[in-house]
Structure formats: structure tokens, C-alpha cells
Design a protein around this ligand. Structure first.
Ligand SMILES: Nc1ncnc2c1ncn2[C@@H]1O[C@H](COP(=O)(O)OP(=O)(O)OP(=O)(O)O)[C@@H](O)[C@H]1O
Ligand SMILES: [Mg+2]
Length: 376
């Protein structure tokens, strides 16, 4: 789970990293009061779980409390990369001398953490990393050893950061390990005109496997803006809304992703990603079908199941039972293969629903679903 900037800021503060004074609100009126408490001027910042807020107009300096109210009104409700801004944070403006970039991220493939740091932080860090990779230091961190002062000094030196950042690098490692994070990023970490080092923006991704230890951040991630995603999440489904017209249901994330590719390869566009997982019950199938069918953009639905541990006849029974509770209004193409596929196909043949079509291969099924979706 990703944290909001204001939550990351709270964690940094708890671990002794300096941050600007700040408060969060969802009301422009309150924003005015907060700016007054901060001394008049304030940086008004959209709280959304996506990057590039500044470039999207979601980070603005307000010169006085009245301007803070106006700016908060502009930013609240704004859409930034599909995320609606529901809260803003007002932070005390800091006199920036230098902007740095620092992060720790888990490198799963290599089996260790990676410290990434640059003396050229700020909003253009992606561009710096792409055009001048030498300006970004990447130092492996052994998880058993962690970031000691000596390791932090090595990271600072490699990135060209001033020695005052060493203490912050050690504390940031504490945030990562003590808070069960997979990623912590500070961009920018700044040096002020007075020589202090402050974290002006933070991103923290927590390890969901440790959620039971992190209850303070709540059970669920940000509410879904998309009503279909919200309906799917309420039923515990792994669903992502996409822009196309072929509804896709499959078992296993890898299979569903390749199904999306194959649908696209047939000249249609997938309407969603939906992984019903292994052992898909009739209930899950019914829930999945009802969510996918309630998408008005969907013209046909492709169910692609490869039976491994899951037996295809159980999936077919699930589809038949789902057809009792969900009124099928659009053609459904089913491809069953693997464990008990023959029996599964027989179950669907017996049901003989006029809108249910069967295909024996994934390509054949995708072609059929694409044709049904694009016909008329
Ligand atoms: N409290 C502050 N005082 C002065 N300048 C600030 C403050 N907070 C942010 N800024 C300036 O605004 C820039 C953008 O802010 P920030 O890093 O929070 O947003 P962003 O990088 O666009 O967001 P994201 O990291 O989500 O892409 C910073 O690089 C910094 O120059
Ligand atoms: Mg930033």
C-alpha cells in the first residue's frame, strides 16, 4: 500500500527527519486558517497517490492566507492522472539552496535493497536519470547489514551529497525497516540557506504482508474513483477497469495479462483485467460476471480458464450457477483447457445457453470475442 505524502511526512518526523511544518485539510476555508498558523505563506499540495503533482499544477505557493484558500479551492477536486484530489496539505515554505534525491527500494531480482541517490533532485529527476545516468548513484544495500553511518557516508559520497545528509540516510533506512516499507523516497531532500537538511516530499510503499502490524494506516487503500472498481473491490475481486469493449475474466494474473494481449492482437480492446484466482467458486464467477456485465462499454465477455489445481468442470458449474443469478445480456465466449476440460465443456454444452459460445484455444476464443464485440 502506498501512503499519502502527509502520512510519509508523519513517519519521517517520527524517525527524527526534519520536515516543514504542515497540516492537511479538505476545506478551502480551513486552508486559510492553516496558512495563517504557518505564518501566512504556504505551499498548497495535492494529496494523491501518484507522482508528477507539481507538473500537473497540484503544488502551488500561496503568498498569504486568502491566496491559500483560493489555491486550495483550485486544487481540491482536480484530477491528477486519474486520481481525484480530496485533500491538500499546506506546508511552510522553505528557503531551498539545493535539491537532492534519495530512495531505498527493494531489488527483488538481486535479493538486496538499493540506495538510489542524486545531487540533482527535484521535479526533473526522471529526465536526469534518463539523459545522464551517471548523475544518479545506485548502491546495493545488504539487508542484513543495513545502512550504518559508514554505509550512509558511502552513499552520500557516491551521489555527491553533502555530509549533513548522512544522518538522514541512516534515519530513512530506519523508516524502511521499522515501518515495514518496500520503498521510501524523498524528492526533494533539500539543503536550506541555513544549511539544514529537510525532506520536502515523501513517498512510502508499505509491504502488504505486514499490514496486520500497520493498522494505523487503515485497512484499505484510497477509495476507488471508478464505480466498477469500487463494486469489484467490495466483492474482493482483483479487477482493473480498462478502456475497451471485451470483458476479460481469467484465473491467474499471468494468464489474464496474456489474454489482454491476445484480445488486443485480434484488433479489439480489453475492457478490464479480472483475475478470479484459483479454485474459482460459483459465487466468485457470479460476482465477476455481474461486475464485468455492468460495464456499459462491454460488448462481449471472454472467460479464459486454464485448469491446473482448479478443475474446469467446477468452473463450468460455477458459470452455469452464475447464469442463474446474473442475467446474461451480452455474448460470453468460454475457453476451458487443462484439468477436466472435456467434462467442463460438456457441462456448458448441456446448459446450451444461446449467448454462451465455446472455443478450445485461447487465440480462437479471443478472435471470437473480438469479432462479437466489434460486429454491428
Ligand atoms: N515546503 C516547500 N517549500 C518550498 N518549496 C517546496 C516545498 N514543497 C515543495 N516545494 C517545491 O515544489 C517542488 C515540487 O514539490 P513536490 O516534490 O512535493 O511535488 P512533485 O515532485 O511534483 O510531486 P511528486 O513527487 O508526487 O512527483 C519541489 O521540488 C520543491 O522545489
Ligand atoms: Mg517530489
Amino acid at each position: 500500500m502506498d501512503l499519502y505524502e502527509h502520512q510519509a511526512r508523519e513517519l519521517f518526523e517520527e524517525h527524527g527527519i526534519l520536515v516543514p511544518r504542515a497540516e492537511v485539510t479538505d476545506s478551502p476555508k480551513e486552508a486559510r486558517g492553516i496558512a495563517r498558523r504557518l505564518g501566512g505563506r504556504a505551499v498548497v499540495k495535492a494529496q494523491v497517490k501518484t507522482g508528477g503533482r507539481g507538473k500537473a499544477g497540484g503544488v502551488k505557493l500561496a503568498a498569504d492566507p486568502a491566496a491559500a484558500e483560493l489555491t486550495a479551492r483550485q486544487i481540491l477536486g482536480m484530477d491528477i492522472k486519474g486520481h481525484t484530489v480530496r485533500k491538500v496539505m499546506l506546508a511552510q515554505p522553505v528557503d531551498i539552496e539545493d535539491e537532492f534525491y534519495v530512495s531505498y527500494v527493494l531489488d527483488r531480482a538481486a535479493g538486496h535493497f538499493l540506495a538510489i541517490a542524486s545531487a540533482e533532485g527535484g521535479m526533473d529527476i526522471e529526465e536526469v536519470a534518463a539523459s545522464r545516468p551517471d548523475a544518479v548513484a545506485r548502491i546495493p544495500v545488504d539487508p542484513a547489514e543495513g545502512v550504518t553511518s559508514a554505509k550512509a557516508a558511502e552513499i552520500a559520497e557516491a551521489a555527491g551529497l553533502p555530509p549533513q545528509t548522512v544522518d538522514v540516510l541512516v534515519r530513512l533506512w530506519e523508516v524502511l525497516t521499522r515501518e515495514d516499507a518496500l520503498l521510501v523516497e524523498v524528492n526533494p531532500l533539500v539543503r536550506t540557506a541555513q544549511g539544514r537538511i529537510l525532506a520536502l516530499d515523501g513517498k512510502v510503499t508499505l509491504d502488504d504482508n505486514a499490514r496486520f502490524r500497520q493498522e494505523r494506516w487503515g485497512e484499505k487503500d484510497a477509495p476507488h474513483d471508478d464505480p466498477l472498481e469500487a463494486a469489484a473491490a467490495a466483492r474482493g475481486l482483483n479487477y482493473v477497469k480498462l478502456d475497451g469493449e471485451v470483458g476479460v475474466i481469467g484465473n491467474g494474473a499471468g494468464l489474464v495479462m496474456s489474454t489482454l494481449d491476445v484480445v488486443a492482437g485480434c484488433g479489439a480492446r480489453p475492457a478490464n483485467f479480472l483475475d478470479i484466482g484459483g479454485g474459482a467458486s460459483a459465487r466468485i464467477m457470479a460476482d465477476g460476471l455481474s461486475v464485468v456485465l455492468s460495464d456499459p462499454a462491454v460488448k462481449s465477455v471472454l472467460v479464459n480458464v486454464f485448469g491446473g489445481i482448479t478443475a474446469c468442470d467446477a468452473v463450468a458449474e460455477g458459470i452455469v450457477q452464475a447464469l442463474e443469478s446474473v442475467r446474461l445480456t451480452k455474448p460470453l465466449v468460454v475457453r476451458l483447457d487443462g484439468n477436466n476440460a472435456v467434462r467442463g465443456r460438456a457441462v456448458l454444452d448441456d446448459r446450451a445457453h444461446p449467448l454462451v459460445h465455446q472455443a478450445t484455444t485461447m487465440d480462437g476464443a479471443a478472435r471470437r470475442a473480438a469479432r462479437l464485440a466489434t460486429a454491428d
